[in-house]
Design a binder for this molecule. Sequence first.
Ligand code: ADP
Length: 187
Amino acid sequence: METTLGLGSIRLILVCGDITEQETEAIVNAANPGLMGGGGVDGAIHRKGGPDILNECKIIRKRYPDGLPAGQAVITTGGALKAKKVIHTVGPVWHGGNDKEPQLLADAYKNSLKVAIENGIKTISFPSISTGAYGYPVEKASVVALNAVIGFLEKFDGIEEVRFILHSSHDLAIYEWALTGIIRKAG
Ligand code: ADP
């Protein structure tokens, strides 16, 4: 099951699945500041993509000795993945909502899309950033994520397809609920 929303000629797709299996030109990694792999999406991407991704991450880390700050994004090869590129972004850790979490989460999505456009990438898949180990409630994160992506796509050209790959039917239902609310407000 999937939901598709047309935004002019851009397709926004919500679907349940595994981000490491996506065939978009880029997939986004919910990384941590160290960029050295970890659990969740990060672990799955490095396991399936192989060592080339980590090697490029190590080089990038030299530019960020204290780690990649939350909200920023960088790009590496996709290694052995179907996607040619991986865009690594760091979402905020949930501290209750008064620690700039919504702004940092929106930045993670927007800066990932910016890096995609700078690299000529037209199709991209996102996981639900921050809603796993980082503890961001998915009901809140879904609204921030979709508003950030839709707002960005309304402003900047170059992206043709954005896929949100939700890891459970529960998360998919929440993202569908969030999208319905956003469409209703816009109408
Ligand atoms: P964060 O540290 O940013 O919270 P996580 O990787 O812990 O990132 O989790 C983010 C979301 O990604 C969670 O909803 C988790 O269930 C989901 N997830 C885990 N593995 C995959 C995968 N292979 N494909 C898509 N989503 C995944």
